[in-house]
Each structure stands twice: as structure tokens, then as C-alpha cells.
Write a protein that binds this ligand. Sequence first.
Ligand code: ADP
Ligand code: MG
Length: 681
Amino acid sequence: MASLFEKDIQFLKGVGEKRAQLFRKLGVDTVGALLRFYPRSYEDWSQPFSIAEAPYDQPCCVRAAVASPVSESRIRKGMTLYKFRVCDGLSVMQVTLFNNKYAPQILKEGQEFLFFGKVAGSFTHREMSAPLFEPASRGARIRPTYSQTEGLSSRMIENAVKNAFLLLPERIGDVIPEDIRAQYALCPLRKALQEVHFPSGMAQLEQAKKRLMFEELLILQLGLMSLKGRSRAENSMRLRISPVRDFYSLLPFTPTGAQKRAVNDCLLDMTEGKSPMNRLIQGDVGSGKTAVAAALCYCVARNHMQTAFMAPTEILAEQHYRSLSTLLETAGIPVALLTGSTKAAQRRAVLAGLENGEIPLVIGTHALLSDGVAFARLGLVITDEQHRFGVAQRAALASKGTNPHLLVMSATPIPRTLALMIYGDLDVSILDELPPGRQPIDTFWVDSGKRQRAFRFLKQHIDAGRQAYVVCPLVEEGESDMASAQEYSRRLREEDFTGYSIGLLHGKMKAAEKEQVMADFTAGRIQVLVSTTVIEVGVDVPNAVIMLIENAERFGLSQLHQLRGRVGRGKDKSYCILISDAQNEEAKRRLSAMCRTSDGFQIADEDLKLRGPGDFFGSRQHGLPDLKIADLLTDVTFVAKVQDTARELLEADPNLDAPEHRGLRAEMRRLFANVGEGGLN
Ligand code: ADP
Ligand code: MG
């Protein structure tokens, strides 16, 4: 019965206008959305402990009878304590409740209850403060806990879900076709929903989760595969020659072993692969991914095919344009730039050159995706800093050719399961070697009291001919980064760094201004560049050796690592100074991790631990739709099973037209409705 699922949340008993508003805040606007609003965790009331056996300091359930009258004491206005003892026949525990005026009526001496909370005290004196409680006769079950919002508690949500189930018919439509359910022993939707909210046992809960995860991943996979629709295509853009040595002779340095291996992997895919290349190059910041990309652009051009190279920001696109055009134009390969700020006349010339095939390489931002852009013979699509793009955007660029080769480059290490989900059958090359002569970056964390000392340190290096970045405080919501960067650079210019040349860079500047500032910085005409996080990805100025980050606690760990990656790119020793007065434990852990290691894999690992897998997904770092139940802890074989299923389904019914597949199709469209916008800044 689809109609109940689509009914407004206010349709439910106990949900008035005000509460409906709160539900909407949680993203729950219909009864269906409520049923899909899965618990965040569970309280296990099903196997209560005795007082003596209950673990200390972790939430647990204790079964005991009330063993004294409930005493009431008002300690101040608005704060009344209720104290009583409970006993399980062997031991005694003291219980305290706050402001619960019904306690004396409910908690009758001699009656048995379940108390859920943390046990504290000593071995001889156990106590529990502010537990939840229920009569023992009906409380023994696993209870859901929901993400709550102010004014809407987990218990209120639980009650609303209960009411929804009362209205739900015994038989409901199921998006997973019956044969697939049978094949993988997945329970029906009705049961899965029931058990995920109100588990009858741990095993049943696992069953329900497995089914819901399968469903969610299946829909995700179907969407991704339809977007791609290319995995089994012919390699129609086969390279015939690989003149990579000629390219290496153009470089001002010798490529590292890792760079050569990555280039060879790609060339092999493109010359001999059965289907088009589909490869990820993963290498930490500064490992030299751009040179790998350039080698491939060169070879593709020599094969009379075109490359589209997409970067997430204009600054980065311009930088790639500058370095690749210098390199390749000496070899007679013209390079074009196309961004949102390319002037109309220039844009027309670029579009014409791409369409008639005279331009073999175009570097750009998502402007490359726009309708007017067409290619004569698109052989290769490269996306830099892949994690900034949506899956759909990569597919959109590829669709401008006939099954071109795909290369994605990323500094963000992604866990294997996630990679499998996002990229399907993507091959991976890892740049596990930094160019020679790099020295480790020293990172310090100081409080704002030491700012002047940090400034003196900066000046020492600037006086020696080096340059520095100052990343401006990320501001609170409402204020803009821009204002704070402007103000900060003014202060440096007029107060702390008089006599030095200070530049300013932020996202709201016109493209031409940004370009000018970056050109000045690259050429050394700017000594200190005050910037917002627009320099976060990709920017490469090897003479800049110090980065100072203000309010460092406001940044995520991976972001700090990306920022820091702007220094340490040349032969000189580099430094990163984090200024922060952080008190919060989690922030302190982030900052210490930054001081401890500069290894991207370790950072990603720590980041995953700190943020938890849910957030890793939720932050839209990867341009994926939000997932509700599946996470990174899902094991790889499970994902592989889902992938097989999706592939079989699409082989049999490419557009999911069959009546039993229409539910899947509808869900897929819903999940992907917003994907195109995710991940771009
Ligand atoms: P990332 O992997 O972060 O994109 P880049 O491609 O921007 O790194 O390279 C970082 C810097 O290292 C650039 O200045 C580049 O010229 C330099 N570089 C790349 N490969 C080598 C190499 N093999 N030897 C010396 N320097 C290199
Ligand atoms: Mg890069």
C-alpha cells in the first residue's frame, strides 16, 4: 500500500503540527520516511544483569525489585531528587532519579523493574543515576534509540514508529523481487522494517539489517551501473603507439619508479585492454600525479585522439593549464583552458577547436560538462581530485565521447569497500614513492599566545627568499570566510608584516584577479599569501615552505592534511604551524595526529576512526548519495554479491521496465535525484 508510505507525517496519531515540524528537521516528512528512519543504535534490555554482575560505567540493564520507599528531597528550585534502594535477592543498589514526580507512585516496594543506565560506585556500594526504567514484566526487549533533535526525543520517535506499524497492512509491496530474496535468504520488507525498529532478538536484527543493506546497496549499484553503462564496452579508443620516452625527455626531472609504473599500467590498459581503461591513481599529496596525467595526455595526442582533463577548482585548472601547456607546447601539442570564466570569444574558439579536433587537450573545470562542449575524438577523460566530483559528473564527461578511457586521480585514500561501491570494477595504481630530495614537513601546534613567535619564524624564512601561506580562520556560519581573509590580510599588511608583500586569495574573487594573484605568488612577487581554503586542493608552488593555519581546530583531519600538502613540494625543508586554543578532546586528537604523521594513509585511517564511517559517507566527500544503513564496515564479499545481482538484473532488463523491477527503478531515481550537485564547491 504505497499511499500510507506517502502520507504526511502529521497523519500519525500524536504528531501535531509542531512535532511534524521537528520530524521534518530530521528529514522525516512522510510515514514512509519514518519507517525508513532507522535507529541509530539499540539498548539491550533483553538480557538484564544482576546487580553484582553488571559492568561498570557502560550502559546496561539491571533487573531488581524496589527495596525501600522512594524518598523525595528538593535541593533547589527546579531540582528534586528521588532516592531509593533496589535489591535482586543478593545485592543492593542505590538509585537516584531527577525531577520525576511520578516515581513514588510507580516504583512500589516489592515490585520488580528493569533499570537501564550506568552502574557506578564501589564493589560494596553500587549506584545508578537517572536510569530509564520499566516494569520487569514487559520491559525485557531490545529497544531502539533514534537520532533526536531538541524537542523530539528518541522515545517520542519510537512511539510514532509504533503508531505507524499499527496502520501498516500485513502484506506490503517489496522492492526486491522474490527470486532475489530467495537466492540470498533475505527476509521480506515488512519483517525487516519491523525487526529493525523493534528487534525480537539480536539474530533477527542482524537479518533485518542485512536485508535493508542489501536493498540500499543494490539500488546504489543499479544507479551507478546505469550511469556508467559502459563497463562491458569495446575498447574502441585503442592506442597504437606509446611514445612515453619522448615525453620523459621533456620533463625537467626524472620520473620516480612509482610514476613510471602508474604510466605503464595506464598505457597497457589503453593499448591492450578489452574494454576502455577505468583506473584510479591514488597518491599522497605531492607524489606527482600531474606528471602521470601529462604523460598520458601526450601519448593520447600522439595517437590523434583528445583528452579532457577536469579539475575541481578554477585555480587548479589554471595551474594545470600553465604547467601542461609549457611542457607540451614545446612538443607541438596545443593545450586549451575552459572554465566558467573563459571569455565568450575565447570559449567559441576552444569549442570549435575541440569539435574539429584541432585541440588535442583541454583542461577545465565542470564547465567542460556544459552542453556546447563536443569532441571530435575523445580518447581519455581525466578527473583530478576525484573525491570532489559527483559520480554523475564523471559519467557526464565520459558521455561526450564513445566509451573513452577513464582515469581518476585522488590523494584521499579510500577504504576498499567504498572504492568498490563507488567505482565498481575500477583498477588501482598507487604512487607509493615521493620524488627524491623531499624532506619531511615539521608540524607544530601552538596556542594563539605564540602567534607573534610564529610570525617571527615566518619572517626568518621569507627573509631567506622563501614564501608562506596563511590559511585564514574558518569562520562561524553566517559570517563569510571572505570577510575574515580580507581583514586578516589587512592586519598583516598594516601591522604585523609591514614592508612585506602580502597577497589575498578567496573564492569570491573574479577569475582574472585570482589568476593574477596565483601568477604573482608563483613568480615570487607575493611573499605571504593569505587565503581561504580555496588553496586546499592541488596548488603547487615549491618555493612556499611554510603554512600557518589559524583556528586549526575548525578543520577536519583530511582537510588539514590536504592544506599542509601545499608545502613540502620542493627541496627545502618545510613547516606547518597549527594555531589553536582547542580544548575539545576530539579536536586535540586531530591536531596531535597532524603533528605525529604526514602519511596520508595513516591520516585517513585516523580520520575514519574519529569521524566514524557514517560521517565519512554523510559528508558527501565522494559525491555519493547519502546512505542510511549500509556503511564502510560492510564486508567486501557482501558488496560483491550485491554487484553481481545488479549486473544480472541490468543484463536481463536494462531499463528495469518489468513490473517486478519498477519498485527498484523508482527507488534508484529517488536516491540519485540530487547526486549531480554533490561534491562540488
Ligand atoms: P600531486 O600528486 O599532489 O598532484 P604534483 O603533481 O602537483 O603532486 O607534484 C608535486 C611537485 O613535485 C610538483 O612541483 C612537480 O613538478 C614535482 N615533481 C613531480 N614528479 C617529480 C619527480 N619525479 N621528481 C621531482 N619533482 C617532481
Ligand atoms: Mg595534484
